[in-house]
Design a protein around this ligand. Sequence first.
Ligand SMILES: [Fe+2]
Ligand SMILES: [Fe+2]
Length: 165
Amino acid sequence: MDEKLLEHLNKQINKEMYSAYLYFAMSNYFININMEGFAKVVKEQAKEELNHARKIYNYLVARNEQVVLYAIEAPDTNWINPIDTIKNALAHEQFITSQFNELFELSRNLKDYATEVFLQWFIKEQVEEEDKFRTLLEKMENIDNCDCEIMHIDRNLKIDEEYIE
Ligand SMILES: [Fe+2]
Ligand SMILES: [Fe+2]
């Protein structure tokens, strides 16, 4: 595999691990303000991010390439309210989308077709992840940040208990 592409894929493992850290931190934030519904949603997202890191790891191993594990940065946790937190989640996913688009373009330019096909799953996944947070954010913004209504959304998010482990 091309060296630059390999380096970027290794860095993407790190970005997925960072994403998991970010969502664990958000989960902690929501738990501290007694919003267990939101906490559940972002904790489930953290689990998905760990799985993304694993997918890239497995791919590099299957390609007989060297995996490099970089240090995971601590997320910035100065969120001022629930809306601010979910805004941060959406902005983060938009950033991750841009990273996959760059990876996809790079692999296409290098004619690394296997990597291009591998990355297609992530390109589709990013559409879902952005949509998930955008939909949630719109729901929150529509009620104009009234605390009681945010609590109501939180309760509804909590109803679907099947994700809790
Ligand atoms: Fe991810
Ligand atoms: Fe994500």
